[in-house]
Design a protein around this ligand. Structure first.
Ligand code: OSB
Ligand code: MG
Length: 392
């Protein structure tokens, strides 16, 4: 990190991560399908979820170092082409054979083995995370240190699903603001948008507020956009379908409010194209959706060069996946609050212990532990596992 004429400049995050050298000799890999009950249902434009399935990847290298990664592709290919089952297929049939029993000189060389494969971003991300966890332990550096992080704590907000009533939503927001969260994100869908956002803005004046459409609207010209634009929102996340880049650009041109890419940002290349089209002014980097940690670094870097701020979204990950997300948020261009609820907001218990929590100033600490950041509770994973695959 250097200071030039008062401006904060850093090396490219991609180059920093790409250049990490550490011998990794992959001895074994297992994939665990877990199902966790949700404390309360989580509803978005895609529908309601009462339980959550995740895939956990465990890798062990010949020195006995163990790394875990997590991915949380949904049951149906609604959010992205990836699903729980397609990620299972990719991990067990496509990715494991490329890495098990092989020796590498660092995480980037492992990721190189699947560079020719299109898609399966969620699976690639989980395996890449498990490898980064091993790299962190073998180098004796935290993920944030390995990746060139510049801050010890990150600003976080909460994502609120669609509720049965506005009062229910307001009550939950009030509780979360009391816990410290510094930004509110409300899921919207046709008939749960302008009135709801107006009520939230009125009840909590001055609190940064965004809306997330989850691709639930079809038109840039008709819809709640003009009304939402009057509310001074921090951003409107993914109002139109993922591939509607030209419509997003048309909509962005009519709005004072910044649009933010989520589902559209399906790879670094598409994200860059979308920004050059003017489809948004902010990017939600979800590492699983965009293809992993290195893909996130690349996206972080060109967004920074285009003066586009980024933040990290969540997919209801447990503490295993969030450890990587928190470390990612320590990079310089993650300047907006990220979706980073502790697992306890969603689940009866976390799969790591100790886990992380929100602090009263609206921040969370970047993990200081080696590996994924938090000690994994393998006994709890066993408890929630409904299927396991192991390499020979
Ligand atoms: O669009 O950000 C989204 C959860 C599932 C699918 C899509 C999204 C979400 C969230 C969850 O908003 C936020 C979190 O995990 O903290
Ligand atoms: Mg979103």
């Amino acid at each position: 990190m250097t200071h030039e004429s008062g401006a904060l400049t850093t090396d490219s995050a991609l180059k920093t991560a790409h250049d990490i050298r550490v011998p990794i000799d992959l001895h074994s890999l297992s994939v665990h399908s877990v199902e966790l009950p949700l404390i309360s249902k989580f509803r978005t434009a895609y529908g309601a979820m009462l339980r959550h399935r995740a895939l956990l990847v465990r890798v062990e290298d010949r020195d006995g170092v163990v790394g875990w990664g997590e991915t949380s592709a949904p049951d149906l290919p609604t959010f992205a082409p990836d699903t729980h089952e397609s990620s299972w297929y990719a991990l067990t049939k496509l990715l494991a054979p490329r890495v098990v029993g092989k020796a590498f000189d660092g995480p980037a060389s492992v990721a190189d083995t699947w560079a020719e494969l299109r898609g399966y971003n969620f699976a690639k991300h989980a395996l890449e995370c498990a490898i980064w966890s091993i790299a962190s332990q073998k180098r004796g550096q935290t993920l944030s240190q390995l990746w060139g992080g510049v801050r010890d704590s990150v600003k976080v907000g909460e994502s609120f699903g669609i509720k049965d009533t506005v009062d229910e939503l307001l009550e939950e927001i009030e509780q979360r603001l009391g816990e410290g969260y510094c930004r509110i994100k409300v899921k919207i869908a046709p008939r749960w948008d302008v009135d709801v956002m107006r009520a939230v803005a009125k009840a909590f004046p001055g609190v940064p507020l965004s809306a997330d459409g989850n691709c639930g609207y079809q038109s840039a010209t008709s819809g709640p956009w003009g009304e939402l634009d009057k509310l001074g929102l921090l951003m409107i996340e993914q109002p139109l379908p993922a591939e509607a880049l030209c419509d997003l650009a048309n909509l962005q041109a009519t709005l004072g409010t910044a649009l933010c890419l989520d589902e559209s940002a399906s790879s670094p290349g598409i994200t860059q194209a979308a920004l050059r089209l003017g489809a948004a002014r902010i990017v939600n980097i979800k590492p699983a959706r965009i293809g992993g940690i290195l893909a996130s670094m690349e996206t972080h870097d060109f967004c920074q060069s285009l003066s586009v701020p980024v933040w990290c979204g969540g997919m209801l990950e447990t503490g295993i996946g969030r450890g990587f997300n928190l470390a990612l948020c320590s990079l310089p261009n993650f300047t907006l609050p990220s979706d980073m609820s502790p697992a306890k907001v969603f689940y009866p218990e976390d799969l790591v212990e100790p886990t992380f929590d929100i602090r009263s100033d609206g921040t969370m600490l970047v993990p200081t532990g080696l590996g994924g950041g938090f000690p994994v509770r393998e006994d709890r994973i066993d408890h929630y596992t409904e299927g396991t695959w192991k390499s020979d």
